[in-house]
Each structure stands twice: as C-alpha cells, then as structure tokens.
Design a protein around this ligand. Structure first.
Ligand SMILES: [Zn+2]
Length: 212
C-alpha cells in the first residue's frame, strides 16, 4: 500500500524544518580536461556554483539512527537524510544550510593574519573554545567577535584587557555554526529495506565532502 503524495507533503509541512537551499551547478570555468580553473574566483567546493537561494521545508533525519542504511557502508556518521516537499527539487550537488546552529565538531585550524579578522569555514554563532599554539585561551566578545564567517580580532571599542594572538600564530576555534551541507545521491537502490526512498536525498557536511 502506498501513501498518497498529498499525505506525505502534509506530514513534511507539519513536521519538517525550514532550511536554506541553493542549486549547485558546475562552474563555467571548467576546461577541456574537465577540471575547474584554480584561479577562478566565482566557484567554491571543487568547482561548484551555488545559485537561487530560497527557503524550503523538509524533514531532516540523522542517518546514524538508521542502522539498515549505515550497514550499506555508503554513509558516514553525521550524514542526514532530507525529504523535501514533492514540489521542490533538491538534487545532487545542491547546498542546504540549516537555519539552526550545531557544533562544528573539529573546529577550524587558523593562522592569525595581518588583517583585523581571519576567515572561518562556516558562519559562526557562538564560541565553544578558542586556543592557540602558545596555550593561550581566548574568549568571545572580550578577545574576538564573530561576524558571519569572520572571527574579528580588532574592532572599535574592544576592551583594553582583550587579547589578540600575534601574527602567524596558529590557533583553533571550535564553535556553534550554521552548518552547510552538500547533497549527494547514494549509489544504493532507491528501495531500502522495503522502503521507497523516493525524493529523499542525502546530506553530508561540506567540510567532510571537501576532504575527499
Ligand atoms: Zn569557476
């Protein structure tokens, strides 16, 4: 017995989350060899452009709790399954950004630059820990501030007792972030353990996808 699409959509509307969605396409800078131009300033993540941002609704499920899917060996802990409304197309290479923050587990290894700020991987919300190679700890809003994807070390009105790592000092900041995910389509059958996974797609954290 199959469930009507309208009933599935109603469930997604009621139980789903709002996320930001961008369509991913291959950048026009790709050469005849199929490789993106390393000097291109337009694309990110291995040659992808992300366009037409909008807010969509979908159900987010942590794959780790789905043993039968983990056992396929295709998924990594932390991957998510995403079920959009039937009217919305979410396909391979697209980007999804959650509108609620989660810890960015590994944190970002950074080197203090000559600018007032250094660039973070994800948009930061709240610091968990900031620590440098000289074993100095730094605190949010005393030593640094977050502005989007920037960790800002110098600003007007920074307190006298605020510290800043010396130029070229290596440091790590672990923080709550609006995590970005890339959509991948697993090479497994669309019917898994008797369940039609239909329009569902898989999400992997962007920094884990780029590692490959
Ligand atoms: Zn490009």
């Amino acid at each position: 017995m199959s469930i009507p699409v309208s009933a599935v959509d109603q469930f997604v509307e009621e139980e789903g989350e709002q996320v930001r969605h961008m369509i991913g396409i291959r950048c026009f800078c790709h050469g005849a060899d199929g490789q993106p131009d390393p000097n291109c300033k337009e694309h990110e993540v291995g040659g992808w452009l992300f366009l037409e941002e909008r807010t969509i609704t979908g159900l987010v499920t942590d794959i780790t709790q789905r043993r039968e899917l983990m056992e396929t060996g295709v998924f990594e802990p932390g991957d998510c399954m995403f079920s959009p409304l039937s009217e919305d197309t979410v396909s391979e290479g697209d980007k999804i950004i959650f509108t609620w923050s989660l810890p960015h587990g590994q944190g970002d290894p950074l080197v203090r630059s000559s600018q007032d700020y250094d660039t973070l991987y994800y948009e930061a919300v709240k610091s968990i820990l900031c620590y440098d190679e000289n074993k100095v700890f730094y605190k949010q809003d005393r030593d640094f501030r977050f502005e989007g994807k920037k960790i800002v070390w110098q600003w007007t009105g920074k307190s006298q007792d605020g510290k800043t790592p010396r130029m070229f000092t290596r440091y790590v900041v672990k923080y709550h972030a609006y995590i970005e995910w890339l959509v991948f389509v697993p090479p497994v059958t669309r019917v898994s353990a008797g369940e039609d996974i239909g329009s569902k797609v898989m999400l992997r954290k962007k920094h884990l996808m780029e590692r490959r």
